[in-house]
Ligand binder design. Structure first.
Ligand SMILES: Nc1ncnc2c1ncn2[C@@H]1O[C@H](COP(=O)(O)OP(=O)(O)OP(=O)(O)O)[C@@H](O)[C@H]1O
Length: 263
């Protein structure tokens, strides 16, 4: 897959936090392409650099060296002002904690980014997104009147309403029970398969990652593996392999680890 197909790419991406003896090399030379029309999951142990990679690729954090290209534009050395404008129009975000405005209805939350940037709402697209996310009968409810899963689906619709080039989701199902998580993940997958969007999500949960077309594994700030159209079992086995190393930890150890993190 060449660069032309990629919505977002990183080349030799390095991010160092701090300096001197306490410096942390959170990203240590990452090369990755996120293809148009794909749902990609990023997995790896705690501290492996998943959030840092996502933040650098979304223009929320600046790399120490290397380049990030989003939709054909090199954002690695862009000014804050241009970055803010680019994020508004080209990048969607979904956070673990929904981040909805409590005093606004679901509908108002969904169109808020467009209202702030005084961009006209494309009604046909809005209808398509809200139908696909299964929220049509909840659009006039406030967040407190919605379940966690419904609130996260509102947040997903908000991320998609501007038809961004790419959506980044940081542990989008981290706060949800498995049924609600399934609904959010099914929607993210549908937004790719049926609405042609491009989504990258960080997750600790092999079940969540199994919804992806592709899973990229990070360890110590480097990409150490990837799977295409993986089953949950294949993901568990790969995590066990990269976590075990010479010590040879088995899948059972990873299971416990995952259960602790997702509890
Ligand atoms: N703002 C920061 N200042 C200093 N060090 C940081 C900062 N952000 C992250 N780090 C360090 O960079 C490394 C990678 O962190 P990052 O949050 O990207 O990992 P992660 O894989 O997302 O972890 P988790 O799964 O626990 O969220 C860690 O060692 C972390 O302590």
């Amino acid at each position: 897959m060449g660069d032309l197909e990629a919505r977002a790419s990183a080349r030799d991406l390095v991010k160092v936090y701090g300096s001197g003896p306490t410096a942390v090399r959170a990203l240590d030379g990452v090369d990755v392409d996120f293809a148009r029309g794909g749902l990609t999951a990023i997995m790896g142990p705690s501290g492996s650099g998943k959030s840092t990679l996502m933040h650098c690729m979304a223009g929320l954090d600046s790399p120490t060296s290397g380049t990030v290209v989003v939709d054909g534009v090199d954002i690695s050395r862009m000014s804050q002002r241009r970055l803010t404008a680019l994020r508004r129009t080209h990048i969607g975000f979904v956070f673990q904690s929904y981040n909805l405005v409590p005093t606004l209805t679901a509908a108002e939350n969904i169109t808020l980014p467009l209202d702030i940037s005084r961009t006209r709402v494309d009604r046909a697209w809005y209808d398509e997104v809200t139908a696909a996310v299964g929220l049509r009968d909840r659009l006039h409810h406030r967040p407190s009147e919605l379940s966690g899963g419904q609130q996260q689906r509102v947040a997903c619709a908000r991320a998609l309403v501007s038809r961004p080039s790419i959506v980044f989701a940081d542990e989008p199902t981290g706060n949800l029970d498995s049924r609600s998580a399934g609904e959010v993940l099914a929607f993210l997958r549908r937004s790719v398969d049926e609405l042609g969007q491009t989504v990258v999500m960080v997750t600790h949960d092999p079940r969540a990652a199994s919804y992806a077309h592709r899973v990229v594994f990070l360890a110590d700030g480097r990409i150490v593996g990837e799977l295409r159209d993986p089953t949950q079992q294949e993901i568990l086995e790969t995590l066990a392999g990269s976590a075990g190393g010479a010590a040879g930890d088995g899948p059972a150890d990873v299971d416990v680890d995952v259960a602790e993190r997702t509890a």
